[in-house]
Ligand binder design. Structure first.
Ligand SMILES: [Zn+2]
Ligand SMILES: [Zn+2]
Length: 118
C-alpha cells in the first residue's frame, strides 16, 4: 500500500475534496492473492479524511466511501480488522444496501442493511 502524489490524468476526475476543497491524494492498494488479487485506487483527502473511489465504468466521478471500524470493519472473508470500506447506501432489490470492499484481501460484497422504505 502506498500513498503518492500523481499528475492528474486528463483532468477528468475531480481532484479536490468535495467536502473541504483540499487536493486529494491517490492511494493504491494491492490486495489478495491468486484469483482475488486486485489493484484498487482510492482518493483520500488529507484534510478531513474524505474517501472516494473512481467509477468502474470510467465515468469522471468519484464515489464516496467511508472507513468502517469495529464490528463492521472486520472482513467476512479474511477476518482482517478495520479493513473494510463502505460505499454510500443504495437501494437494490427493495433492500437498502452498501458495497463493502476489503483492502486487505481485495474481496467485495454487497451488504443488506435493512428493507428499503417504500
Ligand atoms: Zn476534505
Ligand atoms: Zn478481507
Amino acid at each position: 500500500m502506498g500513498v503518492e502524489h500523481v499528475d492528474r490524468p486528463g483532468g477528468a476526475l475531480p481532484w479536490s475534496c468535495p467536502r473541504c476543497g483540499q487536493d486529494l491524494v491517490r492511494e493504491t492498494t494491492r490486495s489478495g492473492s491468486g484469483p482475488w488479487r486486485k489493484t484498487k485506487e482510492w482518493w483520500n483527502c488529507p484534510g478531513c479524511g474524505w474517501l472516494g473511489r473512481p467509477d468502474l465504468g470510467d465515468r469522471p466521478t468519484l464515489h464516496p466511501f467511508r472507513r468502517l471500524t469495529g464490528e463492521y470493519g472486520e472482513c467476512v472473508f479474511c477476518g482482517e480488522e478495520d479493513c473494510n470500506r463502505a460505499s454510500e447506501a443504495f437501494v437494490y432489490d427493495d433492500w437498502l444496501c452498501e458495497w463493502i470492499v476489503c483492502v486487505a484481501c481485495g474481496r467485495e460484497n454487497t451488504r443488506r442493511i435493512r428493507p428499503a422504505p417504500k
